[in-house]
Write a protein that binds this ligand. Structure first.
Ligand SMILES: Nc1ncnc2c1ncn2[C@@H]1O[C@H](COP(=O)(O)OP(=O)(O)OP(=O)(O)O)[C@@H](O)[C@H]1O
Ligand SMILES: Nc1ccn([C@@H]2O[C@H](COP(=O)(O)O)[C@@H](O)[C@H]2O)c(=O)n1
Length: 231
């Protein structure tokens, strides 16, 4: 180190992927906050473009119609883990993108290659801009968006654990119906041709079924520390 310059932690790129309800958002946000990193929820971006298409009457059963309008909405993501934001054409859509309607339609939109190309470009530029590094969570971050990430995590959990977590969050929604909806979305996301939900070969798999959220956060923070120490 020259001139006694203080040693600062090297910037680090962390990719966290996995099926729905495995704890990606909760874990990523907490890890990013704890380590002073940026945070990007890529699912929110796919939900935002879906919300725009629903609002603009695009036929979501027609992949050509989806592809033709893939570039029309301006999607902006704020990457502060204490206040992640998402807007479409200047409108804050953090609430509207969580409706049942958007949740049930997002997989049809995210399967279209033109949509993925557009959103992937946004994700890569946000990751490149993050001064101290970033935690990016989604389905294809380790495999496609950031294949050179310093650390790749693939979170899993049993369908039962995930359904119980989600129905608790949805204030007592039927656990069985929630389980079916989660599995249906995972099946669609895993079977699409373009960058399906998948574990990267070099990802660390963490089964969160029997872990508390705090334990998962600690596990990821430890893994990031190890990667940083080796840089
Ligand atoms: N290890 C855990 N133990 C118990 N509850 C958890 C755990 N991890 C996350 N949760 C809870 O499970 C719910 C789903 O978590 P979260 O939204 O982080 O999952 P996700 O993988 O990002 O889901 P999605 O892909 O559908 O957005 C939240 O209510 C969260 O608080
Ligand atoms: N990298 C990603 C992230 C998300 N998707 C699609 O968005 C949907 C919503 O994701 P949530 O994390 O908010 O539940 C998800 O079901 C995928 O269809 C994606 O394709 N790639």
């Amino acid at each position: 180190m020259e001139n006694g310059a203080a040693r600062t932690a090297p910037a680090v790129i962390v990719a966290i992927d996995g099926p729905s309800g495995t704890g990606k958002s909760s874990t990523s946000k907490a890890v990013a906050s704890q380590l002073g990193l940026s945070y990007l929820d890529t699912g929110a971006q796919y939900r935002a473009i879906t919300w725009w298409m629903v609002n603009n009457g695009i036929d979501l059963t027609d992949p050509t119609a989806i592809a033709d309008s893939a570039g029309k909405a301006e999607i902006v993501s704020g990457t502060d883990p204490a206040n992640p934001t998402i807007s479409v054409d200047g409108v804050d859509v953090a609430g509207p993108i969580r409706t049942q309607e958007v949740t049930s339609k997002v997989s049809a939109v995210s399967a279209v290659p033109e949509v993925r190309a557009r959103i992937t470009e946004l994700q890569r530029s946000l990751a490149a801009e993050a001064e101290h590094g970033i935690v990016v969570e989604g389905r294809d971050i380790g495999t496609t968006v950031l294949p050179d990430a310093d650390l790749k995590i693939f979170l899993t959990a049993s369908p039962e654990a995930r359904a119980a977590r989600r129905s608790g969050e949805l204030k007592g929604a039927d656990v069985q119906a929630t389980r079916e909806a989660l599995l249906k979305r995972d099946a669609a996301d895993s079977s699409r041709k373009t960058s399906p939900l998948a574990k990267a070969d070099d990802a660390v798999e963490v089964d969160t079924s029997d872990l508390t959220l705090q334990q998962v956060i600690e596990c990821v923070v430890t893994l990031v520390g190890e990667k940083r120490a080796a840089k």
